[in-house]
Ligand binder design. Structure first.
Ligand code: F6P
Length: 327
């Protein structure tokens, strides 16, 4: 390992995700293990531009592995998407003697990191931190497992009401560009249908299914991804169903930001810890402009340009499972 890196800047950016704190802890402790300093940058790229940064030590990451959110805070910065903003950010890093970066976030975070790394020739690696699980080059992202377990708990509760009242519930889950949350939670909750943007979400097929199942099913649950292009928001689908099946007692429930918070699951803590350790070691090994993930239980390295392209494809077999099991 080369030891030319002396001070790693660490930040979280984009939507918070449970397990980000475990990643912060892992990066800080690994860097200290290798005698490298860590500068914590608050509020993502915006904080970098404003110079909101200070050195971290072992104690600054004590007792955080179990906490949701991010102690470094986060945000989405428009200013960083401009060359002027990035120049200001670089000047702040120089002032604080930061000579490498670890970015924890999702698609937008890595788009920014990719530009920044090239413009200023600063070594950057990224950790996949988003509940959406929509990054290419890792089987799972930090926060996804917690989020889907939160959704499953919520839908199970709603199922009690659906069953007791013979109701149909349209439940909207997060995922602004993808349906990973919807797909897995749809299977796990025994939902009657899942509508997602990155598949052939077909509302007519759902209608046909409702027609077919109407006689023998008392409760019905349809999971809709936030950004389903075909059908629009859950309320639109609710309206369509109310119009077509006025005899159904239909309700719409939007789970919203409860999906982003809460205690990270064991899987998210372990994933975050593994990629956090690997990120520091990757920087020392000369990796640049790459996201560190896990594929088939092994650490993976994927160029930012590939990670951010939404190359993630939904497994059609999982979609088929929803259909087969909801008979
Ligand atoms: O990217 C994570 C995510 O939770 C998406 O699933 C969701 O569409 C978006 O963030 C919501 O962002 P905000 O909290 O800024 O409204």
């Amino acid at each position: 390992m080369s030891t030319s890196i002396e001070n790693i800047g660490l930040f979280t950016s984009g939507g918070d995700a449970p397990g980000m704190n475990a990643a912060i802890r892992a990066v800080v402790r690994t860097a200290l293990y290798y005698n490298i300093q860590v500068t914590g940058i608050r509020r993502g790229y915006e904080g970098m531009i404003n110079g909101e940064m200070s050195l971290m030590d072992r104690r600054s990451v004590a007792n955080i592995v179990q906490r949701g959110g991010t102690i470094l805070k986060t945000g989405r910065s428009e200013q960083f998407m401009t060359p002027e903003g990035r120049k200001l950010a670089y000047e702040q890093l120089q002032k604080n003697k930061v000579d490498a970066l670890v970015a924890v976030g999702g698609d937008g975070t890595f788009k920014g990191a990719q530009l920044f790394g090239k413009e200023f020739n600063i070594p950057i690696v990224g950790l996949p931190g988003t509940i959406d699980n929509d990054l290419f080059g890792t089987d799972f992202t930090i926060g996804y497992d917690t989020a889907i377990n939160t959704v499953v708990n919520a839908v199970d509760r709603i199922r009690d009401t659906a069953e007791s009242h013979d109701r149909l519930f349209i439940i909207e889950v997060m995922g602004k560009d993808g349906g990973m949350i919807a797909l897995r939670t749809g299977i796990a909750t025994g939902s009657e249908a899942v509508l997602i943007p990155d598949s052939t979400s077909d509302i007519n097929a759902v209608f046909a299914r409702l027609e077919r199942d109407r006689r023998h099913k008392s409760s019905k649950i349809i999971i809709v991804a936030e950004a389903d292009e075909e059908s629009g928001a859950a309320f639109d689908i609710g309206d369509q169903i109310k119009e077509k099946y006025p005899n159904y007692d239909t309700r719409v429930s939007v789970l919203g930001h409860i999906q982003r918070g809460g205690t990270p699951t064991c899987m998210d803590r372990v994933l975050a810890s593994r990629v956090g350790v690997a990120a520091v070691e990757a920087l020392l090994d000369g990796h640049r402009n790459e996201m560190i993930g896990v594929i088939h239980n092994d650490i993976s390295y994927i160029d930012f340009s590939r990670a951010i392209k939404h190359n993630t494809e939904l497994n059609p077999k999982l979609l088929k499972i929803v259909e087969i099991l909801s008979l």
